[in-house]
Design a protein around this ligand. Structure first.
Ligand code: G1P
Length: 304
């Protein structure tokens, strides 16, 4: 079943975070615009939403995020210049500008957390269910992930209040994520009932190693839950705490453990950003083979 059958056409992409973990690269540009291979991170996210047949995208932006809006605006001057100077092959690189998605933008004026950012989508989505795709995380290497379609289908057929994507993380990393309690560890690709969820627990508090992986589907019930959510970890309104309230109110919240083909690439810290960049560049059709050679030589020199 495609997502068109689930009827979920709205997606929300929060891009308001300050990106302080990636200074100085993010001093004057959004972390979502950092390149991974040839494209900025957020372009992969939008291509994923497009391939999963969403129609309307609301960006929750903040200070210093204008370049995201510029990136998704068609640029007729640039297009004409490329055509007139015979650089037709570069026009293909701007193919994404022709996506049928309708973009909307709203601004989170103060940094009050991810939960507060999602509250800015209340008017946009009204009583309709919607997807959330965090703008600093890529799913799968070529924006081919169908995870959101699958989650939307589950949401509709199983009458959920929320469906959340998860991945298994090492124990030492649980304190960076929202962590779920499940009856047992699901296999990759499998769904499970979320029994509880805790934002950034210590190792000892963590109910499992199942970490929220940057993709969600919500019904409108999330908004009253968010309105009632007090500041949590870091003094911020946490989306995870509102999901927890849904679970505690007896609402149906399902988790989906991402299949291996849908690896989540986190661009929120340098270690993961470097790994992701190298991986995507090594697999680039045009530049990958020469880069592999270069990296091999570098490693050989280091081992000599
Ligand atoms: C946010 C969420 C967290 C989630 C993570 C990755 O944290 O609060 O629950 O696990 O995204 O999807 P952040 O990376 O913004 O600190």
């Amino acid at each position: 079943m495609s997502i068109a059958n689930s009827g979920i056409t709205n997606a929300v992409v929060p891009v308001a975070g300050l990106g302080t973990r990636m200074l100085p690269a993010t001093k004057s540009q959004p972390k979502e615009m950092l390149p991974v291979g040839k494209r900025p991170v957020v372009q992969y996210v939008i291509e994923e939403l497009d391939r999963n047949n969403f129609q309307r995208v609301l960006f929750i932006t903040g200070a210093n995020k204008y370049s995201i809006e510029n990136h998704f605006d068609p640029d007729p001057v640039l297009t004409r210049h490329l055509r007139e100077t015979g650089k037709e092959e570069l026009l293909e690189e701007l193919e994404f500008e022709r996506s049928q998605l309708h973009f909307f933008y709203t601004r989170q004026k103060t940094q009050r957390g991810l939960g507060d950012a999602i509250l800015h989508a209340e008017e946009f989505s009204g009583t309709q269910p919607f997807a959330v795709a965090l703008g600093d995380s890529i799913l799968g290497r070529n924006s081919q992930s169908r995870a959101l379609s699958h989650m939307a289908e589950l949401f509709t057929t199983q009458k959920c209040a929320a469906v959340v994507a998860f991945e298994e993380v090492p124990l030492e990393d649980v304190s960076q994520y929202g962590i779920a309690a499940a009856d047992k560890m699901p296999a990759p690709g499998e769904q499970f009932v979320v029994r509880d969820i805790v934002e950034k627990p210590t190792r000892d508090e963590a109910p499992s190693q199942l970490a929220v992986a940057a993709r969600y589907i919500f019904g409108p019930q999330i908004f009253p839950a968010l309105h009632h959510t007090a500041p949590g970890k870091g003094g911020e309104i946490q989306l995870t705490d509102a999901i927890r309230a849904l679970v505690h109110n007896g609402e149906k919240v399902l988790g989906v453990r991402l299949p291996q083909s849908d690896t989540r690439y986190d661009i929120g810290n340098f270690e993961d950003y470097f790994k992701t960049f190298v991986e995507f560049a090594l697999f680039d059709e045009k530049y990958g083979p020469a880069l592999r050679q270069h990296v091999r030589q570098l490693l050989e020199q280091e081992n000599a």
